[in-house]
Design a protein around this ligand. Structure first.
Ligand code: NAP
Length: 248
């Protein structure tokens, strides 16, 4: 008799934190659905790497999470190919940092569409399946920018991440007692999202962090994996800050 292998769907798994989560879950013998939008080559390379290293099944699916028809097809395909979804990591996100004067409605809407509506849409379609099974885990990725660390040049992003926290509480209520819905709120992480920061700015930010450095994506992925694990069975409706101790 074959033993049950869990499946995780990770949005925005082609790069950065999503990629680190895919590696962590694969190393713990999960089958992985790698969602990506633009980074096809990175998704294909990740699939090869995970299959070679961990001998798990990896399905890569292109979907813009802000588009409902793409999300519904992605979830349908994932379930038809891998049989089930045990865990959803709502990781995909974008930031478009500018001065206040340069903020536009179009960019603000795009950030809300991806970070907040995208998280809602993927949760909506995956939860239908999880509720039928009466079990599941959803982990949303917010940011300390959504709690108590504010940067006016990312006010649109900060608002979207505050929205993800509110969404977490509402989904936990809606899906109780079957799905644990939790949220990780990272501080600064070493990913492409921060690749254009200059050294002086990074030094200034590091001086506000008790650990004096940005996180590596793996350090956040470890917390995401813990929330998905059986060890975290009684953690629900929680917002976990992982920011190295940040003093504003
Ligand atoms: P990143 O390196 O820029 O990667 C972003 C990922 O999101 C990519 O895989 C990208 O896929 C995907 N993505 C973007 N738009 C998408 C869409 N419409 N549909 C599907 N996928 C989409 O960013 P990151 O730093 O890893 O960020 C991951 C999460 O952590 C985000 O939610 C971010 O807000 C949050 N976070 C980051 C930091 C930080 O300091 N980096 C801090 C706190 C929270 P493609 O390349 O394939 O398009």
């Amino acid at each position: 008799m074959s033993s049950y292998v869990k499946t995780v769907l990770i949005t925005g798994a082609s790069r950065g934190l999503g990629r680190a989560c895919a590696i962590k879950f694969a190393s713990k013998n999960y089958n992985i659905v790698v969602n990506y939008n633009n980074s096809y080559d990175e998704a294909v390379n990740l699939k090869k790497e995970l299959e070679n290293l961990y001998h798990v099944e990896v399905l890569i699916i292109k979907a813009d999470i802000s588009i409902e028809s793409e999300v519904s097809k992605m979830v349908e395909l994932a379930i038809s190919k891998l049989g089930h979804i045990d865990c959803l990591v709502n990781n995909a996100g974008i930031a478009i940092d500018t001065t206040f004067e340069d903020k536009t409605v179009a960019n603000f809407r795009r950030i809300i569409d991806v970070n907040l509506i995208g998280t809602f849409l993927v949760s909506k379609y995956v939860s239908k399946y999880m509720l039928n099974c009466k079990k599941g885990k959803i982990i949303n990725i917010s940011s300390t920018n959504g709690i108590d660390t504010y940067y006016p040049y990312s006010l649109d992003y900060d608002a979207s991440k505050a929205g993800v926290i509110s969404l977490t509480h509402n989904l936990a209520l809606e899906f109780a007692p079957y799905i644990n819905v939790n949220c990780v709120a990272p501080g600064w992480i070493n990913t492409d999202m921060n690749k254009n920061l200059d050294k002086d700015y990074i030094d200034e930010e590091n001086s506000k962090i008790l650990l004096s450095r940005f996180a590596n994506p793996e350090e956040i992925a470890n917390v995401v994996f813990f929330l998905a694990s059986d060890e975290a069975s009684y953690i629900n409706d929680s917002i976990i800050k992982v920011d190295g101790g940040h003093k504003c």
